[in-house]
Design a binder for this molecule. Structure first.
Ligand code: HEC
Length: 90
């Protein structure tokens, strides 16, 4: 499946703020969760996995701290997944 590339970094960054992702994630530094650039490296092209995981949360991949499920809509989850799967602006 083709991964749509999100060139508009500003749109994705605004969504991470709107949905509170930035409380736990930043682009280049680990906070509570892994950095978006580390996530982008690990899951290049894996848009479907990322979209599902952004909404469901999860634990055990990066350490013992869990990510709670996130109440964002499917369209925004897809946009963020495409942004991450295509490099998170890096
Ligand atoms: C309360 C803190 C918190 C919030 C809010 C949060 N995350 Fe996370 N996130 C985490 C933690 C902790 C992990 C690592 C979980 C693990 O080890 O499996 C993580 C992991 C991830 C992963 C990788 C999942 C995997 O399977 O490797 C993605 C993608 C992600 N977060 C995206 C987001 C997005 C997008 C948002 C906003 C909609 C968000 N997160 C909000 C804490 C958070």
């Amino acid at each position: 499946m083709m991964t749509p590339v999100v060139h508009n970094n500003a749109v994705a960054m605004a969504l991470t703020q709107q949905h509170g992702c930035t409380a736990c994630h930043s682009v280049n530094q680990k906070i509570v969760g892994p950095s978006f650039s580390d996530i982008a490296q690990k899951y290049a092209g894996k848009m479907d996995y990322l979209a599902a995981r952004i909404r469901s949360g999860g634990s055990g991949v990066w350490g013992s701290v869990p990510m709670p499920p996130q109440p964002l809509g499917d369209a925004d989850a897809q946009t963020l997944a495409a942004w991450l799967a295509s490099g998170a602006g890096q």
